[in-house]
Design a binder for this molecule. Sequence first.
Ligand SMILES: *[C@@H]1O[C@H](CO)[C@@H](O)[C@H](O)[C@H]1NC(C)=O
Length: 868
Amino acid sequence: MRLPLALILFLSHSFVLGARPTKRFYHTHDYYVLEHDPHAGASLEDCALALGVEVVEQAGELVNHWLVRIPKYVQKRDGVDVVLSSLASLRSLASEDPSLSARSTSSLHARELSSSIRWLNRQQLRQRAKRAPPPIPPDTDSPDPVKAVAERLDIRDPSFPQQWHLINVPYPEHSMNVTGLWDLGFTGKGVVSALVDDGLAYEHPDLAANFWAKGSHDFNDHEDLPTPKLFDDHHGTRCAGQIGAVKNDACGVGIAWDSKIAGIRILSGPITDVDEAASLNFGFQETSIYSCSWGPPDDGKSMEAPGYLIEKAIVNGITNGRGGKGSVFVYASGNGASHDDQCNFDGYTNSIYSVTVAAVDHQGLHPYYSEACAANLIVAYSSGGGQNIVTTDIHNKCSSGHGGTSAAAPNAAGVFALALGVRPELTWRDVQHIAIRTSRVVNPNDPDWEKTAAGRSFSYKYGYGVLDGYAYVMEAQKWELVKPQAWIHLPAIQLSGGVMNANFEMSGGESIGPGGVSSKITVTADSLKEHNFETLEHVTVRVWIEHTKRGDVSVELVSPNGIKSMLAAPRSGDTANTGFPGWRFMSVKHWDESPVGDWTIRVFDKEDPEHEGKFLGWTMSLWGSVIDPAKTKEYIVPQIEHTLPPDHEAENPDSSATTKVLPKPTDHLPGDHDQAEGEATKPAFSQPTKTPESVTSTFTSTTPTSTGTMVPTVDEGLTSQLSNLFGERGWIFGAGAVVLLFGVGVGIFFWRRAVRKRQNYTSLPGDEVAMSSIRQEPTGRTRELYDAFGEVSDDEDDVDERTGLHSGYDPRGGLQFHTGFLDDDDPQSAGTPLNGAAPYRDDPIDQSRRGRSSPGTDESWEHASQTR
Ligand SMILES: *[C@@H]1O[C@H](CO)[C@@H](O)[C@H](O)[C@H]1NC(C)=O
């Protein structure tokens, strides 16, 4: 019985490790991620055997994390997860008193197994939402300064004159300011950026020569190449063009036109955490930048953060990626500002590990879609005020309808690519430091600007200002690298006995009355020294707040120097009654400030008599650079961070039992999204009208109350549990041996084929491929670009072609998911009827898209089926 499993393990290790992720079969198997501790006594093989699972492969680039699976038919019909309940039995057996001799041997073994299985999580398919607002035809005047640069640098790209984000004729001060860098020969050579998105049209004449196949993968359809397949899989291609469009005669040019671009396709269907984690580390030695223009819905009512596995992948990326210099994660801040959405309610954009980029329009004004928050680092140019971003598109076309914070992020990524081309040794934190120091203030009279303690200007809308490519790269050239990262987790403050257990059950806490509740914590110079902490960068704050209407709650943090970070401002559409169960906020506003002294947090609400809440407690962490690099520590992501007080030792064997709901996509973006005039006169968050009347300062000593994780007791010993599993499943292993012999043959065949196939793509130096893939006349493309200025978007032409592109859909069954995720994309290109005329389609997703056109159908969840 052990033999086939051992062989399976051998096969999966030798064939799969270090290779491409294998195809997933979510319709026939349930997948889990097992975090294995190789030093705790039990081998991976033994753990897999005890759980009755098959080891598939390592989970992306996460060492000691394994993707395991079990056929769906093995699962019990009553909904009990056999794998999780096996683990629960193991854990309960392991916790038995060893002095009870009858079971001591098995409980000893169970203890070994139980501690060797550090974490087990069932994978759920979830959908990430793209970020792009509606397009508008740009002005087509093509004036002289453009001609001068074009002639000097031999730029013959027909859309170059429309790329105002490169040279802005009417508003010359508002561009990414990179042409001066091109003059110096800085074009991003040797740098790879990955577009984590919905695919990349790698055969497009504007992209083919810069396509980096080795760092590309399709995590939706589990293929090597990120082919855009759905009719509106154009988002990644448009973002890619902004960074790496080739200087030639197709469309426009990218900011880093000699850099390489990879496509990692994750947005064209639901995805599990393990695949999202793998995607964020894919090719992470050669790929420097991961440009991510997506996230939880921007609907003003979502509050969602990456799970443990994804957080681990991000930390793995900044720690081990790019030879230890750290992957640069660039995230779009989000397009939900008109729904009061804020980037501090999105765990990707408020991560300290990501560069969060919001948008300004061609006049440097704040486009009203662009989300504000204390975690915004910078802004970059994008759509608004009647202008869009002009870039490459699928089907060998050009796009003049790209925009939103989706397009701001790749503009920043392009600048970072130029900088890394010159200074490849910049760490992920250097990238942030230089951005903070070189970004430019726009609209100096905007009330949102405030001085930080370090003397810089910061705004929730603009972060530290608009990214200036020239200033950035000039500073990067001479920049002295920062010392390694240091951090301090300050002890938890619990108010009036505020506690939350691992099952999110809250108790205690201080009622939020008029004026709110405040609480203080003191940071001493000694504690800084003790933690090897020199200078401050990010501040994160975790809060535990119970409230009957989350959108009424505001949270602000005031530093010892009187600098205030609004962490949460009211969100009118957020009616959730779940409060803030250990939600983490982030601020970059305190960068380079001395943290010594009292930090005060204040939580208040709208004082609506119909709603009430309690502030249970908070924690604060300071992140910065070390005093002594020799004493640098490695940051370990805790498995459970949401309990109050935090219990970093806690195991969480059954966290996966909680169902994750697919995020409902945003489709509230107004049609005049990009046409509406930007503004520079309103503060991002209106200040509270009331001054605090009674401010309660509460200090609670931080004796951690033990809130042990509940482990369901299954009334079976390990042995009976195991025999049970094998009773049900013994034949599988017998049959497995036969199947295996056949499988080995087939496996070798496919493996060799895959190797051969890969070899065809790994060495894509450019020229050969580029020449052969130029199929279309430049004039044809130009015509299409201009066509796009008319009433009918270029995408609507695609409807006919699209039918053949939908092979991924199978109406007969498979996994269910909500297709409306594309709805937050721009209406024109997403095929949304603008003038009441729905474009025809005859596939299963048709109905949901059509239904979406009427405002009242927000709640209609149409499902399409997808087979893998
Ligand atoms: C842009 O770069 C040039 C150098 O090419 C520099 O002189 C200028 O100050 C920069 N900023 C703006 C806003 O143009």
